[in-house]
Design a binder for this molecule. Structure first.
Ligand code: ATP
Ligand code: 3PG
Length: 403
């Protein structure tokens, strides 16, 4: 993999450099609630601009359906990037259309532009190679060189991540180098006990990695939306909680294999439930009740781990030597459901373990809830990406940078 330093040494002045970043930041309307991912890629963009490149930054944000949707515009991220760079950043209101072409053509050496959300174009995420390739061809017209630095998206076989680097000279950015360096440590000689904490909402994406983690981890703690598929697999009713029904048999298999391998699965013993999902805009009091994990009422939804589970999880993390954590323990964006996530973060701060926190929302949660980033071993910008890296999978966005 060519490094950014090697690319800079070759010289980029006057060249149009396409930086595939992951600017998929949490938003409250148009307000960015955590800019960690923008700060993480800023040094790569700044170094290229300082070297005289004409920098074209691209990213996805959220999961729009292949068509423009103002709720998923990258405009707030572009504005924040400009503030962090201390310079004006141009913004194109489309990805490969007239605005993008004109914006890129208008760049002078050292200037930076952001193009609109790549997922506004169906070619970006298409499963059809030709459709993705056609979009990558259009993106390639905007640049001379490609720098991959969107670590959070390297597990996606998407046009800008996988197909575009095949069409342009390419290099890996500094963020990717740092992330891979840290995660590599967790795949090699990991200090034990090694505990993995999984939560969050992308349940179907992340259940698969458990299969592999069973071979690596000593202890797996489950929370967040992920927990209810496990509770169901144990035969409990989960009301209207997030549930991946089709995965229940697979999860039963994981529980059985864990027993055979001597891996400890730790599941919630109590949860906070309510009749409806909280209003994250007004943050109006949600009045949850605490129930035992095997007594979730049929009309209620589990939205955080309960107080007994918080104590249990802190206990299970106290003597760990290595911890990997992906996915909040509850709907931490609402104060009534933030305590579980806080308790896990606090347990990591208090322990001597080398801790890696991965994921857009997990990393954001840690910062939003007021923890000092430096109290953790590493805060990764990748959730699904870091999990799949740990799984030992070939990640399309890394493989594409490799020749
Ligand atoms: N019990 C629950 N029910 C529904 N949603 C939940 C629950 N617990 C947590 N969540 C939600 O999970 C979301 C984060 O999940 P996600 O899987 O996206 O994690 P992540 O750290 O961002 O990883 P990635 O970077 O892969 O997206 C938060 O918005 C949170 O509100
Ligand atoms: O938040 C993330 O994990 C990355 O930005 C990837 O987003 P995706 O899961 O929507 O592909």
């Amino acid at each position: 993999m060519k490094t950014i330093d090697e690319l800079l040494a070759e010289g980029v002045a006057g060249k149009r450099v396409f930086v595939r970043a992951d600017l998929n930041v949490p938003l409250d309307g148009t307000t960015i609630t955590d800019d960690g991912r923008i700060r993480a890629v800023r040094p790569t963009i700044a170094a290229l601009a300082e070297a005289g490149a004409r920098v074209v930054v691209a990213s996805h944000l959220g999961r729009p359906k292949g068509t423009p949707d103002p709720a998923f515009s990258l405009a707030p991220a572009a504005a924040r990037l400009g503030e962090l760079l201390g310079t004006e950043v141009a913004f194109a209101t489309d990805t490969v259309g007239e605005s993008a072409r004109a914006t890129v053509a208008g760049l002078t050496d050292g200037q930076v532009a952001v193009i609109e959300n790549l997922r506004f174009n169906p070619g970006e995420t298409s499963k059809d190679d030709a459709e993705r390739g056609a979009f990558a061809d259009q993106l390639a017209e905007l640049a001379d060189v490609y720098v991959g630095d969107g670590f959070g998206a390297v597990h996606r076989k998407h046009a800008s991540v996988y197909d575009l680097p095949a069409r342009l000279p390419h290099a890996a950015g500094g963020l990717i180098a740092t992330e891979v360096g840290v995660l590599k440590k967790l795949t090699e000689d990991v200090a034990r006990p090694y505990a993995v904490v999984l939560g969050g909402a992308k349940v179907s994406d992340k259940l698969g990695v458990i299969d592999h983690l069973l071979e690596k981890a000593d202890r797996i703690l489950i929370g967040g939306g992920m927990a209810y598929t496990f509770l169901k697999a144990k035969g409990y009713e989960v009301g209207i909680s997030l549930l991946q029904e089709d995965q229940v048999p697979a999860v039963q298999g994981y529980l059985k294999r864990a027993e055979e391998l001597g891996v400890e699965f730790v599941l919630p013993v109590d949860v906070l439930v309510a009749g409806e999902f909280p209003d994250l805009k007004t943050k109006a009091p949600a009045h949850p009740t605490t129930v035992a994990a095997d007594a979730i009422p049929a009309d209620q939804e589990g939205l955080d781990i309960g107080p007994e589970t918080r104590k249990l999880y802190a206990d299970k993390l106290a003597d760990a030597a290595t911890v990997f954590w992906n996915g909040p323990m509850g709907v931490f964006e609402h104060p009534d459901y933030a305590e579980g996530t806080k308790a896990v973060a606090q347990a990591l701060v208090d322990s001597e373990a080398f801790s890696v926190v991965g994921g857009g929302d997990s990393a954001a949660a840690v910062r939003i809830l007021g923890f000092d980033e430096n109290a953790f071993g590493h805060i990764s910008t990748g959730g699904g990406a870091s999990l799949e890296y740990l799984e030992g999978k070939t990640l399309p966005g890394l493989a594409a940078l490799e020749d």
